[in-house]
Design a protein around this ligand. Structure first.
Ligand SMILES: [Zn+2]
Length: 124
């Protein structure tokens, strides 16, 4: 048998007593319910608080990381596209130059030029 403080009048009373002998405060039911409820809500609110804190910090953090990754990938893709576009233009220009330099009167030279154009086509 242990002594506990009455939640109502704060006087020391037996924890086995059904009600406080000083103020008549009902102990058994209210004590059990209130203590278990309090513990549950405390744990629950702690978990909620932790989750809320994680969300508050993690969501923008992950969002920023995803944004950075997405932007860098977009940049890379754009650069790669620009590079390949540039290469295509260079190849196209080389083809135009090769075609323009074909001498129809010189078949041997023309064949060489066509070979070069075919090689450029293979690069494309
Ligand atoms: Zn009391």
């Amino acid at each position: 048998m242990a002594l506990v403080k009455c939640p109502e009048c704060k006087k020391e009373i037996s924890d086995s007593a059904d009600s406080c002998p000083h103020c008549g405060y009902k102990l058994k039911n209210t004590k059990k319910e209130s203590s278990s409820n309090f513990n549950f809500t405390k744990d629950d609110s702690n978990v909620l608080l932790i989750v809320a804190v994680i969300c508050l910090f993690a969501v923008p953090f992950v969002g920023v990381i995803l944004l950075i990754v997405a932007l860098s990938q977009k940049k890379k893709a754009k650069k790669a596209k620009e590079r390949s576009d540039m290469e295509k233009i260079l190849i196209k220009n080389a083809k135009i130059d090769a075609l323009a330099s074909i001498d129809p009167t010189n078949t041997e030279k023309a064949k060489e030029q066509i070979d070069i154009i075919n090689k450029l086509d293979n690069l494309d």
